[in-house]
Structure formats: C-alpha cells, structure tokens
Design a protein around this ligand. Structure first.
Ligand code: IFM
Length: 460
C-alpha cells in the first residue's frame, strides 16, 4: 500500500482565480471600465491583442464552474471582486447588479460546501480613478475604503475570509517601472513608490471596516515572494540581490509588520535620484502605523527561484562560481520561463514565519503554465503540472514540519485564463478552457488533485 504524507487535519485544499482573468462581461450590467479594459483595448499592450472582454465567461457560467469545484472536492475557493462592477466610477454610484453577482456566487459556493476567500483588489482599478492619478494619489486609497465598505456590508455575513490587495509589488513594478501591466507607465519611480504607499495605506484603513462589516472574519494581504538567491559572492551581486529583494519583498513585509520602509532601500532610491529626497512628502504622520494594523494571516504567492547577477559585475569578478540552475529543459522550467524550484517555497514560508512571526499563512497562489492540450484520446496529459504541484506540496509539508503555521493551499489556477500581458497564450489551469466554445476539460492534474484532496495528502 502506498504510504501517504498527510497534512494537518484542518488544512484547506483550494484553488484561486481573479475577476478580470475569468469573468468576461466587461461592460455588462452597468460595470464601469477598468484600467485592464483600457490597457488590453490599447493596441500592442497584450500579446496577440487578446483581452478579458469575454475571458472564460465565468460571469455567465459561475454555476457550472462551482459545480466543477464541488466535483473536484475543493474546500475553499479564492476569487476577486471587480471594483468597477460595484462602483463604476470608483466611488459614489453603486451598481446593485454587480453586488448581486458576487452574492449569488457566494451563495452557490456555500451551498456546495466551499469556503469563499474574497480578494478586494486584484488589479482591475476603475479607469475613472486612474484618470485622477490612480494609486499615485491618496484619494484612491480613500475610495478603496468606500468600496470595501460597500462590498463587505453586502457579503460580510457570508464571506469570512478577506484579502485586501493581491501582489502590491507587481502593481508597483509592472504598472510603473516595466510598464508591462496597466496602467503601463515606464521608469516612473516616484509614481511607483507613491503607488506602493497608497496600496499599503488603503490595506491598513480597510481592515477595521472589514472587521466591522464581517464579524468574526479573518483578514490579510497577499504578497508575492519568490525565492531570491545570490548569483555569486561578488560585492556587485550582493548589492543587486539586496536591492532586488528590498524592492520586491522587504518593502512590503517590513511595512506590514511594523518595521517601516527598509532604510537601506529608501536611501538607495534617494541617492540614485530615482526618488529624490524632496519627493517623499506623500508619507503622512501615522501612515506607517496604519499599514501595520494587525492582520490574521498573510497570503503567499510563490512560483519560482530568481538568481541575481548584477549587470555591473566587472569581468574579473564574473568567473566566480555561480549558483547552479537546473538545465533549461521543459521539465525544470515552465513556459513562463520560470525555474521549477520547490525548495524555494519552503525557504520563503520559513522566512515569513521566522523573520516576521506571521501568525498564519496560506499559499494563496502556486502553479505552472504549460500548454498541453487535448490529445487524440481527448485527455490532457499534463504530467509536468502534476510534477510541479507535487514537489511544491512536499515542500509545504516540510515547512509545516518545521513549525510554519501553513493553513491551506490555493492552486493557481482553477482554469486556464487571461494571463495579463501574455493574453491567452499561457495556461495555468487545472481545467483546460477552449476559448472558442468555452468548453471546460479536466486536465490529468485536476484528477490527480481530486485524489490528493480525497486522501488529504500526497504519496510518500
Ligand atoms: O496570473 C497571475 C495572477 O493574477 C497573479 N499572480 C501570478 C499569476 C501568474 O502569473
């Protein structure tokens, strides 16, 4: 008989999605335009000109989709709420049809025995707020609190797990530095730090509002932290690694856990004139305390390992031994070009617990993009995804054995869906989607996950 690696009794097996990536119905029932509608409708911004206009049509098919979740045995489901469906202009006028959609979804989940985990912001900011400056201005943080109040008053009796923001560092870095995400700004370092600040601030302001409207609930933010390793011991690499980890990870964790912004990173931003010393007046007294308002958990999105090599390393330092990376084949690298590195998940989970004393952690996203499609037998043999997930579940289990309070695991993603700048070209789903017919087909990894859930563990 196969031995099982069992997970703790209350450990939740789950999956995740987000509104813009699956819902479609981009302009139905009074929904306002979001920055992702605007961005994807702008030629050249998204691969192949794909948009989330229809996506996988979840807005109309949510009942069928919840039935699939139930069949898979999911114990929890993480989805996000599209702010412009609720308040088309970001504040003021409320659209009841938008609220009703999420209310029906929540009822359907609860009837199926699936615990809803709702994310308030997974990147689809109302365009009207962007037109006023988006997250670079404080008034957007104030509008977020208004939106939070409206939606948590409507759903707070039934939704008891709330996440404020998804991956603030991606909103900042991809939205304002690389420009690969909406609103598509490039090298706007001042805009970037202002955006990060107002996201963190609005997170802190929203917490008491959520707690008031959803008695007994648990609240947290979702951060993305991949495993950042030093490429070598050269000084240049060490500096580059520290800065990279600083702007992607420490900036947010330090602020959320009461340490303020990391002084070394702030100094570097100032001395390099990326964000000159006279540009920091957006930080007002009390803001840092607000960001550090106590939460119940943190959500971790983990995908890969990054190995930092500075592009300034002088030739003579370059021949120092570098970190071994797996050969670039299609088992060790996903189609996103991300290294498969399960051990990194254990390291990051340990970091969250031992460095920041986070009381409870969920893996709120983890998964892999592979384009396996239905074969002649009609099935989708995506062994690489199963292999990826199995390795990461094992690493999660090791973290639990080290004492990390990991409470659940949300596979990204339940369905193939709109992958931001990559459009429909990257498929992360357990369930395959035919974008023409909207037919859903279970991949082999979905059947495997169904078994994992049933057994509450993985094979030794
Ligand atoms: O699809 C995204 C998701 O929206 C946020 N985290 C990373 C995923 C894969 O890129």
């Amino acid at each position: 008989m196969t031995q099982l690696i069992k997970f703790p009794e209350n450990f939740l097996w789950a999956a995740a999605t987000s509104s813009y990536q699956i819902e479609g119905a981009w302009n139905e029932d009074g929904k306002g335009e979001s920055i992702w509608d605007r961005f994807s409708h702008t030629p050249g911004m998204v691969k192949n000109g794909d948009t989330g206009d229809v996506a996988i049509d979840h807005y109309h098919r949510y009942r069928e989709d919840v039935a699939l979740m139930r069949e898979m045995g999911l114990q929890a489901y993480r989805f996000s709420i599209a702010w412009p469906r609720i308040l088309p202009l970001g504040r003021g006028n409320i659209v009841q049809a938008g609220i009703d959609f999420y209310s029906r979804l929540v009822d359907e989940l609860l009837a199926a025995g699936i615990t809803p985990f709702a994310t308030l912001y997974h990147w689809d900011l109302p365009q009207a707020l962007q037109d006023e400056g988006g997250w670079t201005v404080r008034s957007t943080a104030e509008a977020f609190v208004e939106y939070t109040d409206v939606i948590t008053r409507a759903l707070g009796d039934r939704v008891k797990n709330w996440m404020t923001h998804n991956e603030m560092s991606v909103v900042v870095n991809d939205g304002y530095i690389s420009g690969g995400h909406a609103p598509g700004r490039k090298n706007d370092f001042v805009g970037a730090v202002r955006t990060g600040h107002h996201l963190l601030l609005s997170h802190g302001w929203a917490i008491p509002v959520i707690r008031r409207n959803s008695p007994g609930c648990e609240v947290g933010a979702v951060i993305n932290a991949n495993y950042n390793m030093l490429g070598s011991n050269s000084k240049a690499d060490r500096l580059a690694h520290n800065f990279g980890d600083g702007i992607w990870v420490r900036w947010y964790l330090d602020a959320l856990y009461g340490r303020g912004y990391p002084a070394d990173i702030r100094e570097k931003l100032q001395t390099s004139a990326m964000v000159p010393a006279d540009q920091w007046d957006f930080i007002q007294p009390g803001d840092m305390d607000t960001m550090a308002t106590a939460t119940d958990f943190v959500g971790l999105n983990y995908y890969f390992r990054g190995v930092t090599r500075s592009n300034e390393v002088p030739a003579e330092e370059n021949d120092q031994q570098t970190v071994f990376q797996m050969p670039k084949d299609d088992v060790n690298w996903t189609e996103m070009g991300w290294e498969v590195y399960p051990d990194g998940l254990r390291h990051v989970l340990a970091r969250l617990y031992f460095e920041y004393q986070v009381p409870k952690i969920y893996v709120t996203e983890n998964g892999a993009s592979y384009s396996d499609a239905p074969g002649p037998d009609g099935r989708i043999h995506d062994e690489r995804r199963t292999h990826y997930l199995e390795g990461h579940f094992r690493a999660a289990h090791q973290a639990i054995q080290m004492g990390v309070p990991l409470a659940g695991y949300f596979v990204w993603s339940l369905f193939d869906n709109f992958e931001w700048g990559h459009g429909n070209s990257q498929r992360f789903g357990l369930i395959w989607t035919d974008y023409q017919t909207q037919q859903r087909i279970w991949k082999d990894s979905a059947y495997w996950y169904q078994q994992v859930i049933k057994q509450h563990g993985i094979a030794e």
